[in-house]
Design a protein around this ligand. Sequence first.
Ligand code: HPA
Ligand code: ZN
Length: 329
Amino acid sequence: MQDFIAGLPKCELHLHIEGTLEPELKFELARRNGLALPYSSVEEMRAAYAFDDLPSFLTVYYEGMQVLRTEPDFYDLAMAYLRKAASQNVRYAEIFFDPQAHTSRGVPFDVLIRGLRRALLDAEKQLGIRAQLIMCFLRDFQAEYAMATLLESLPYKEWIVGVGLDSDEKGNPPAKFAAVYERARQEGYLLTMHCDVDQENSVEHIRQAIQDIGVDRIDHGVNILEDPALVEEILAKGIGLTCCPISNGIVTDSMKAEGIRKLLDLGVRVTINSDDPAYFPGYVQENLAALNLSREELLQVERNAFEITWLPRHIKDAYLAELETYAAN
Ligand code: HPA
Ligand code: ZN
């Protein structure tokens, strides 16, 4: 089965680029930028990754990314991920980035986006992996700051396919960002947002995302199973979910494998992704393997993924054809 998954043409739709910062690169960037880290080795750093819920993870995540300072730092970060993804036969990725996690500490938007963009272009040329960027707003910051970030992104609109919403969901419902999302839609961005697993008011947040915001897809969202009418609604609308089993297994009580499978059985466009693989150990290959899915289910997960990508129809179809060729052989 590992070989079957390895050969499968894959798609990644839920991946925080800052969450791919492996300890080795963290040390390299700290050295490059003349920064001291509170760890003496890669092993010691990994041992300090002792989180068991979303807030405790986020503390380590934001602390870790402070070594990212210059355009080449962002380039190297994205290139390292794209190399790893390409090695797992990920054919296409939609990559989240958190501009406010950098602009808030003095890194210009222009610096970070140019580094990421240059890596995407080089990876496509050198590795044959295609990728697009999704700009996420930090939901524990004020909506006004998200709006300012949205406006700051407009000169780079051609390089960003859509917007998302991440960070700590508790007390930060989708409705807080209704005006930001409305403006993002007017600007031509596609819309997604995290509805993290087992949050306070999870189902109400999912409802707001679908009915009040009108998202094009949902990141995580497995709690939708608690409301069959909402499941019917996303089935009718074709809204996909980007699930992340290994991440779930660390920040909640389980990988939510049963729920993911149930959604798949119901015909929901479920996809399997890696979230923050430097922290929740496992890239797409390992996340797909974690669920013990059948070949047919694995194929369906990748069909779902390519189908809900934010790519032009003809490019989607080319990836889907590649997948069916693999299935036939
Ligand atoms: N959830 C919410 N915010 C995040 C995550 C996540 O898994 N990863 C990075 N930011
Ligand atoms: Zn996420």
